[in-house]
Design a protein around this ligand. Structure first.
Ligand code: ZN
Length: 286
């Protein structure tokens, strides 16, 4: 299979507002040498420090996944809400990329991974289709599970890499819903990437007071209330479950490659996604 060709895509740029910071940033994604992995470069900072898009860099998982790195001078630099961008890159086989960003949060764009995925597709060079799993995939041999109360994420032995996500919220508009997807770029672009982030009208005030979701609005997040959706129509009847699946894909991509397993999650969170990824990474370290 053709893999890790540094020129497999041409550099591209997208700008937008960060969900939590409310600040506009510009992200430029450039090819990188094979084996260098995906890494953010804070080009707004002196010395342009690097934050590897790896599990070891995860610093926080409240409502989004944040990466951080201590610089030589002892200060800590961060980049937040990396999951949608990383999902789009990894499903399209881009495991090596220099991601320049001029602030601390990746733009939310329309709340989904659609614009990232479209940009990757447009800038992929035609005759060099790269496959995911450019490294021999780790096959999960025994079920692995992390859980917290009635929430869990598990990796189950399987013949292909597959994801299933279930959620259950006490809102009629969401309730209990599920989605399944087998790793492949075509279906990702149409079935997973367009699913937008969602939130609850009752929580907006509290989150804003806590300094979160300053960039959230009815154009970049689905908002649910007990009366229904504030900003329909949905792109899919189970759009929230699909979005959670997208988040899981982005978080697990911090492993560097997707293991061969069926990932089954229920009512989970970025925190549990990362815990499962760390447990899997121990299998390869030993
Ligand atoms: Zn998300």
């Amino acid at each position: 299979m053709l893999t890790n060709i540094p020129e497999a895509f041409t550099a591209f740029t997208l700008s937008g507002v960060g969900l939590h910071s409310g600040l506009t940033t510009t992200v430029r994604i450039m090819p990188a040498k094979p084996g260098t992995g995906r890494y953010f470069v804070r080009v707004d900072q002196p010395q342009q420090p690097i934050i590897p898009a790896k599990l070891d860099s995860v610093s926080q998982t409240t409502l989004s996944t944040e990466l951080a790195q201590e610089t030589a001078s002892g200060s800590v630099i961060k980049v937040r809400t990396v999951e949608h961008l990383l999902a789009a890159l990894s499903v399209n086989g881009i495991q090596d990329a220099r991601i320049e960003i001029d602030g601390s949060e990746v733009p939310l764009l329309d709340g989904s991974a659609k614009l990232w995925t479209d940009a990757v597709a447009e800038n992929m060079r035609h005759n060099q289709i790269i496959e995911h799993n450019s490294y021999p995939p780790l096959a999960i041999q025994q079920p692995i599970i992390v859980q917290e109360k009635d929430s869990f994420v598990s990796a189950i032995p399987a013949s292909e890499t597959r994801f299933t996500y279930g959620i259950d919220f006490p809102y009629n508009a969401i309730a209990n819903q599920w989605h399944s997807w087998t790793l492949n770029r075509e279906d990702f672009a149409t079935e997973i990437a367009p699913a937008r982030t969602f939130g609850f009208a009752e929580e907006i005030e509290y989150l804003k007071k806590s300094g979160l979701i300053k960039g959230g609005n009815l154009d970049n997040a689905l908002v649910c209330s007990h009366q229904g959706w504030l900003n329909p129509p949905l792109r899919f009847t189970n759009e929230p479950a699909r979005h959670k699946l997208l988040d899981l894909v982005g978080d697990l991509s911090l492993l560097g490659t997707f293991p061969q397993a069926h990932f089954l999650a229920y009512k989970a969170s970025h925190k549990l996604h990362i815990q499962l990824a760390k447990k899997i990474s121990l299998l390869t370290d030993n």
